[in-house]
Write a protein that binds this ligand. Structure first.
Ligand code: 4NP
Length: 152
């Protein structure tokens, strides 16, 4: 079982999209039982709030549900609980290291670093571009799943 925690700033747009897209891709590949996926934010700003409606709609367009997910903040305990902590932007990685007291086991990575086009994923909460967020997150999750399943 590989436990993956996706991390963004607020945990209402990008990281929940990654959590539910990854679960959907893994399930469709017949590998769902091998993974546990969840998400958290580096900020506590949105604590307790559901997935932001435009992000929820984007998931729903692809028949992916995210009901029941509410935002929570990353904690130091998450570092031990998860095998991989995947941020959306370089600055999330910096905040993740601050919260978790570093990354001694090398568990922290940026999502698009798994693709041929390493980059930060722009915040759709500011840009309003949920299509771009979907495309980036989907390609990152696909690459991550490919790398994790190719090994076994
Ligand atoms: P996310 O987007 O990090 O993709 O969930 C944001 C949502 C809320 C805020 C920032 C980013 N905020 O500052 O409240």
């Amino acid at each position: 079982m590989t436990r993956i925690l996706f991390v963004c700033l607020g945990n209402i747009c990008r990281s929940p999209m990654a959590e539910f897209i990854f679960k959907d891709l893994a399930a469709k590949a017949g590998r769902g039982a091998e993974f546990e996926a969840a998400s958290a934010g580096t900020s506590s700003e949105e604590y307790g709030n559901p997935v932001y409606p435009p992000a929820r709609r984007k998931l729903a367009e692809h028949d992916i549900a995210c009901a029941g997910k509410t935002a929570r903040q990353l904690t130091r305990a998450d570092y031990d609980r998860y095998d991989l902590l995947i941020g959306m932007e370089s600055r999330h990685l910096a905040a993740m290291r601050r919260i978790c007291g570093g990354d001694p086991a090398g568990k922290m990575h940026r999502l698009l670093d798994y693709t041929a086009r390493p980059a930060d994923i722009a915040d759709p909460w500011y840009t309003g571009d949920f299509d771009a967020a979907w495309n980036d997150i989907e390609s990152g999750c696909r690459a991550l799943l490919g790398q994790l399943t190719a090994r076994r």
